[in-house]
Design a protein around this ligand. Structure first.
Ligand SMILES: O=P(O)(O)O[C@H]1[C@H](O)[C@@H](O)[C@H](O)[C@H](O)[C@@H]1OP(=O)(O)O
Length: 927
């Protein structure tokens, strides 16, 4: 019989060839009845009276679970239990679970093979590097004890949903013990005779009886398809652990990829292309420039065109990856996949514990957003951007220095102009339509909209920057006589730096045209407001006269029955007017005035952008590319985290209120070291995460089957539209339904834990980590203040009763100040604060594979201990179970095709103890 390894092949990822999955003719097997989106089958295992091959040796047992598919009759290795040491009656804490889409039927046969493990450190189970997926030679690590098999249908139909099977030797002859298979329904009472089952902890017994309620849906049924639309290829694991009062809790671990890994980068790159094409066009439309500026513009344009082509090529390549939802750690340096986050997953723990409500704990795990292809020789974004700005500020006479804030402002105004001008034109046309229909009500409402938009338009130019840019452009036109520098709207800080340095000379050399009429712009700009006022006045008059006409026509008369002479006058002097004709010339004037303003402002602000681009080409564009790449990776993770959080908390009114009044905190745990390349990664990551502040979310009602989020905006500000099904959308607070923007507050705390960090602490520099932690602590505090201020008092008083956030914040602050080596307490506290504040949790290292796996499993077990009374003697065993057989070892396998954490002994010695994986799960791996 052919043996396959689950999860290493394409088949492992998709479970069934598509043709078979869709063809009812081929599949004639009995499906397992199940709750939608819940695992199809879950069971736990225990052995009894195992016979040791050598009588004086204590058994260390492990069960390997394999599936015999009824179609192909092939044996697929599916999962394993943990190793239970020193007992002939092992009870396994690691169970077996088959996710919703797994091709399993009542006819499917499950084979259970029991091994005796001789040497744990060599028992690297199911290492896929072995050819033909053969077992490691038994003498090396484990020896076969016995096996048994059953059909899924037999288990489902069995009395008490429990099978007790004899374990036999390979020739099928000798019975070497019994294996018990108990069907599990998460959240349901588990029956069974427990007397014989002991844990491996001396003398301890755990009753298998649950005192629990029926399963409660943790996320609404209606929105499940929406959430599942972004998740792919779930891996599920099941455990049972004892509580401190000797009851059992059940834990389901789930890890899923997200289609957003590719969807968001594609959306974002399309927006970059649109934004850059528009900017290039505006540069072309700058008009005549003097030879110096014209040459500069030509140079900039040729580079910018090349960049657009590059983005287009990347988009084409990414578009070929239809349906992809995972970029492996080994692809992190691939140029065409640079915008895609590394190894992005939702890591979920679902807990069902006695007496407590079922609970979900999510962490998004992802490789630190970083530009791996560009590399880290010169550092990462934090350093590169700082260096770039300093150098730009101090360069010679060729450019006018605009601060990053001013450059951003120029982009913002340009974007407002591009949005508002067509909007105003549309509202103006609607006003004329209302006029031609002679409808006072619709005339009034059209005017209201027109006024609002025109006021926004006028307001957009209320900035000194526009004036200085106009002047700068004027002097750059051919024939400009250059005397005095146009000074951009510099902040006091900038002014002082410039005065302290040779900037004075440089500024002095920048030209000014003596003929420049500084007030001309004011006149042109004010004309827009004036022409709007004329329209308002005219509309008022028309409506007023019309109402008088109506009254007149209706036989208006004074109380005593005599006609009102003034009204009669007005009726006779203003016969029924053509409103359209009255308004048309005024609208034309408004459009003309607006056109004039747009023309001037667009050109001058584009000239500001030219200054930024002209400096240090092509490095400046490469820096933008780097920032775009890092941001794209960070954004894909954020959108995934936001959608998951939204779907799991939709039924919590407090959460919804927090969402629209405060916004959500998004906490990133970084495990990067501040040594060598990882310094650059951390510098990239810090900027990428802080750039996420430019993102806001908006929730809309889904109107089609396309439920993927939609991205709009430009580099300074993005809006992510998240769609919800109509029924769910209807139940949201009004503010959210009305499209209010929902904000996020990203924060990053980093603590390096590996051997590189030891070097950094002994011989290097940890200041980057220290300043990141300090800066981000201030951000958390700021968020907390807004939270306390904006949430309703009754919510806050209940919240304060439940949580000592103030104490946690103080503790975090003290830990940050303490400057202790590898102070992992910082990460634990930050994570706890985030969870208590209903935030979104992230964990990242270089690849989100090894260190991240250690950290999320530790976090999961800590939650079980702190929130669900995990028995203290089982903390390490639970941790080892999760690390040895849980979702994260599958993560390693799917990344590097090898079931082994990439740590060597030396590295592990440097790790804080609770971050070290169990024996036999780590070693040299080809990453
Ligand atoms: O998932 P990571 O912890 O970033 O993986 C590291 C691992 O920690 C380290 O021990 C090993 O030497 C590799 O550098 C891993 O990174 P890869 O990106 O090469 O998987």
């Amino acid at each position: 019989m052919e043996i396959k390894e689950e999860g290493t092949s394409e088949e492992g990822q998709h479970f069934l060839p598509a043709a078979q999955a869709n063809d009812p003719e081929v599949i004639q097997f009995t499906s397992i009845q199940k709750i939608p989106n819940e695992p199809q089958l879950e069971f736990i295992l225990a052995c009894r009276d195992l016979v040791a091959p050598v009588s004086d040796r204590k058994l260390n047992t492990v069960v390997q679970i394999s599936v015999i598919h009824p179609v192909e009759q092939t044996l697929t290795r599916y999962s394993s239990t943990e190793i239970v040491e020193g007992t002939k009656d092992p009870l396994f804490l690691t169970g077996v679970t088959f996710p919703p889409d797994y091709p399993i039927y009542e006819e499917t046969r499950i084979k259970l093979t029991v091994y005796d493990v001789k040497d744990k450190s060599h028992d690297t189970i199911r290492t896929s590097v072995l050819p033909e997926h053969k077992d490691p030679p038994p003498e090396v690590a484990r020896s076969f004890l016995g096996c048994a098999s059953f059909k899924v249908g037999e288990l489902l139909k069995s009395k008490e949903q429990l099978l007790s099977l004899s374990l036999r030797t390979s020739d099928g002859g000798k019975v070497v013990g019994t294996i018990e298979v108990s069907l599990v329904k998460m959240g349901e009472i588990e029956d069974g005779d427990t007397d014989h089952i002991t844990t491996d902890v001396q003398g301890q017994k755990c009753a298998l009886m649950y005192e629990s309620t029926a399963p409660e849906s943790l996320s609404g049924k209606e929105n499940l398809p929406f959430m599942n639309a972004v998740l792919r290829n779930p891996v599920c694991k099941l455990y049972r652990f004892p509580t401190s009062d000797n009851k059992w809790m059940r834990i389901r671990e789930q890890m899923s990829e997200s289609i957003l890994s590719f969807h968001i980068p594609k959306e974002l790159i399309s927006l970059h292309i649109k934004e850059d094409l528009c900017r290039n066009q505006e540069l072309k439309e700058l008009g005549d420039l003097s030879p110096h500026w014209d040459n500069l513009r030509k140079n900039v344009l040729s580079h910018c065109d090349q960049m657009v082509t590059m983005y287009q090529d990347i988009l084409t390549e990414l578009s070929k990856e239809t349906g992809s939802s995972f970029k492996s750690s080994s692809s992190k340096g691939e140029k065409t996949l640079e915008f895609v986050p590394v190894n992005l997953h939702l890591q979920r723990m679902q807990v069902h514990s006695p007496h407590l409500k079922d609970a979900l704990y999510d962490v998004i795990t992802v490789g630190a957003p970083a530009a791996h292809f560009q590399g880290f020789k010169n550092g990462g974004l934090r350093k590169l951007l700082h260096r770039f700005e300093t150098e730009r500020r101090n360069t010679g006479y060729q450019f006018i220095y605009y601060s990053p804030e001013n450059t951003a402002k120029a982009k913002e105004v340009l974007s407002s102009i591009n949005q508002l001008q067509p909007l105003i034109a549309t509202h103006a046309d609607l006003l004329l339509t209302s006029a031609s229909q002679r409808s006072p009500d619709s005339l009034k409402s059209s005017l209201k909209l027109l006024s609002e938009k025109t006021e926004l338009f006028v307001h957009a130019f209320k900035d000194q920057l526009v004036r200085s840019a106009l002047l700068a452009l004027y002097t750059a036109r051919p024939g400009g006589i250059l005397k005095k520098p146009p000074s951009p709207n510099v902040s006091t800080e900038e002014k002082s730096t410039q005065h302290d340095t040779p900037q004075l000379r440089r500024q002095d050399s920048i030209p000014h045209h003596s003929d420049y009429d500084e007030e001309e712009w004011d006149r042109v700009w004010a004309n827009v407001g004036k022409s709007l006022n004329c329209i308002i006045a005219k509309v008022d008059k028309l409506i007023e006269r019309d109402s008088h006409n109506e009254e007149g026509a209706g036989g208006s008369s004074s109380k005593d029955g005599e006609a009102d002479p003034t009204l009669e006058d007005s009726i006779t002097s203003h016969p029924r007017e053509d409103w359209y004709e009255q308004l048309h010339p005024l609208i034309l004037t408004l459009k003309e005035c607006m056109g004039e303003v747009v023309n001037r402002a667009k050109q001058s602000l584009t000239f500001v952008l030219l200054q930024e681009l002209a400096y240090s080409l092509p490095q400046c564009l490469m820096l933008t590319l780097r920032r775009d790449i890092v941001f794209s990776q960070a954004l894909a993770g954020l959108v995934c985290g936001f959608i998951i959080k939204l779907h799991t908390s939709l039924h919590d009114p407090g959460f919804l209120q927090q969402l629209h009044t405060v916004g959500l905190i998004v906490q990133y745990e970084g495990l990067l070291s501040t040594y060598s390349d990882e310094i650059g990664m951390l510098e990239d990551m810090a900027v990428g995460i802080s750039d996420l502040r430019k993102v806001a979310f908006k929730i809309t009602e889904a109107t089609s089957n396309d439920v993927l989020p939609v991205l709009t905006g430009r580099r300074e500000h993005y809006v992510v539209e998240v769609k919800l099904p109509a029924t769910v959308f209807e139940s949201l607070p009004l503010q959210i339904k009305e499209g209010q923007l929902l904000h996020v507050y990203p924060v990053l705390f980093n603590v390096g834990i590996n051997e590189q960090q030891t070097l950094a602490e002994r011989f290097g520099d940890v200041s980057l980590q220290e300043s990141i932690n300090q800066e981000n602590f201030e951000l958390v505090q700021e968020y907390y203040s807004i939270f306390m201020e904006k949430m309703p008092p009754d919510y806050i008083s209940h919240f304060q009763e439940q949580n000592d956030l103030k104490g946690l914040l103080d503790n975090l602050h003290q830990n940050i100040q303490a400057k202790k080596r590898k102070n992992v307490e910082i990460m634990w506290l930050a994570a706890t604060i985030c969870r208590k504040l209903n935030g979104i949790r992230f964990t990242c290292c270089k690849s989100a594979k090894d260190r991240t796996s250690m950290s999320v499993t530790l976090e999961q077990c800590s939650i079980l201990r702190d929130e669900h009374q995990l028995h203290k003697d089982f903390f390490i065993r639970a941790l080892d179970c999760m690390r040895r057989e849980g979702c994260r070892i599958e993560n390693v396998l799917k990344n590097i095709k090898c079931r082994r954490y990439a740590f060597n002994m030396l590295q592990l010695m440097a790790f804080p103890k609770c971050y070290r994986p169990p024996e036999g799960t780590y070693g040299k791996a080809d990453t």
